[in-house]
Design a protein around this ligand. Structure first.
Ligand code: SER
Length: 330
């Protein structure tokens, strides 16, 4: 019987996290849920779930006794601005359902991914968790509200919710969708096609990023930290919110690093509405609270992220080409 639940399991982080959890705990331990998209090649049980549907959650709550929940459902920053109320509704209703139903699962640990989008102007270039939060996107507002509900639920319902404020995530395994940091993945795919890249952010837009391997380790380290250790870092018994820092980079710096490996690569800049979103976000995340509390230490800097992304994407491309050739021969 699965005791680990992932919502939003088919998304950029979900697919990678679920594979990792299956590798560690075995396929019977994990239940993946998401909207009924393509669920082929999933390594564990899958259930189609609209995370905003309270009745579906009630059924889930009766059927399972989860010990860990990773709640990855979210409409991200850029997509959210196209329909702010819809984004609010999805992000908050899904989170309410998790909190309400988690009260049925004794001693369950819950992971809530917050974001750099929780921050807003005016900002120092590096921010820590004590920064006053003034988000300027619907997504950011829902992340701040999500953190506050986490606090409330920990305090009032005795839940154990843990939050990380995440940078943009760079990974070769999956594509992001609807975010302002998505360019930092797209650029690698374009470099490997040997085609010029048009960036929707200006060259000097520095933002915090993290490599997928570091992100997974960060999430799992946080979840493995005893509650008492986290509580000692807090002013009260409730709040468990940490910046997870990786490295910071601008499109021009990322381009220059990729160009070291692909000298013919070219870039053009055509900033759109996402520029305004990025301009309101911090340039650097201060991760010292996570470092002090549970020993967080990112391993991937810009150079390592770039070389590993290119290496991994190149070998994925080789496998795909080989599979295509074999398919054509049969
Ligand atoms: N990657 C997210 C976005 O760009 C930020 O958390 O919306």
């Amino acid at each position: 019987m699965p005791h680990i639940l992932i919502t939003g399991a088919l998304g950029q982080i979900g697919r990678v996290l679920l594979q990792h959890l299956v590798d560690v705990h075995g396929k019977d331990a994990v239940l993946a849920t998401d909207l009924p998209f393509d669920q082929s090649n999933l390594p564990c049980a899958y259930r189609s779930l609209d995370a905003t549907d309270g009745e579906a959650w009630s059924k889930l709550a009766k059927e399972f006794r989860f010990k860990e929940v990773y709640h990855l459902v979210a409409v991200l920053s850029a997509k959210g601005e196209a329909n702010p109320w819809r984004s609010w509704e999805i992000n908050m209703k899904a989170w309410q359902n998790v909190i309400e139903h988690a009260t049925h699962w004794p001693a369950c640990k819950i992971f809530f991914p917050s974001s750099i989008a929780a921050y807003g102007p005016p900002l120092p270039s590096m921010v820590d968790e004590a920064q006053v939060l003034t988000p300027t996107t619907s997504y950011g507002v829902s992340k701040v509200a999500g953190e506050l509900w986490a606090d409330y639920a920990n305090l009032k319902f005795g839940l154990d919710i843990r939050c990380l404020r995440l940078p943009g995530v760079i990974g070769y395994q999956t594509m992001p969708g609807g975010g302002t940091t998505d360019y930092a993945v797209d650029i690698f795919h374009q470099a490997l096609k040997d085609e010029p890249f048009t960036c929707f952010l200006g060259p000097d837009t520095r933002l915090p990023m993290i490599y997928m391997d570091d992100l997974l380790r960060g999430i799992l380290e946080l979840m493995a930290t005893p509650r008492e250790v986290l509580a000692q870092a807090e002013s009260g018994p409730s709040s468990a919110v940490y910046n997870l820092d990786g490295f910071s980079v601008s499109p021009a710096e990322l381009f220059a690093e990729i160009k070291k490996h692909k000298p013919g690569f070219e870039i053009k800049y055509a900033p759109d509405f996402r520029q305004g979103i990025a301009d309101d976000w911090p340039q650097e995340l201060d991760g010292s609270k996570a470092r002090k509390t549970w020993g967080w230490q990112p391993k991937y800097d810009l150079a390592l992220t770039t070389s590993d992304m290119l290496k991994q994407l190149q070998s994925k491309k080789k496998v795909t080409t080989l599979q295509k050739q074999q398919h054509e021969q049969h």
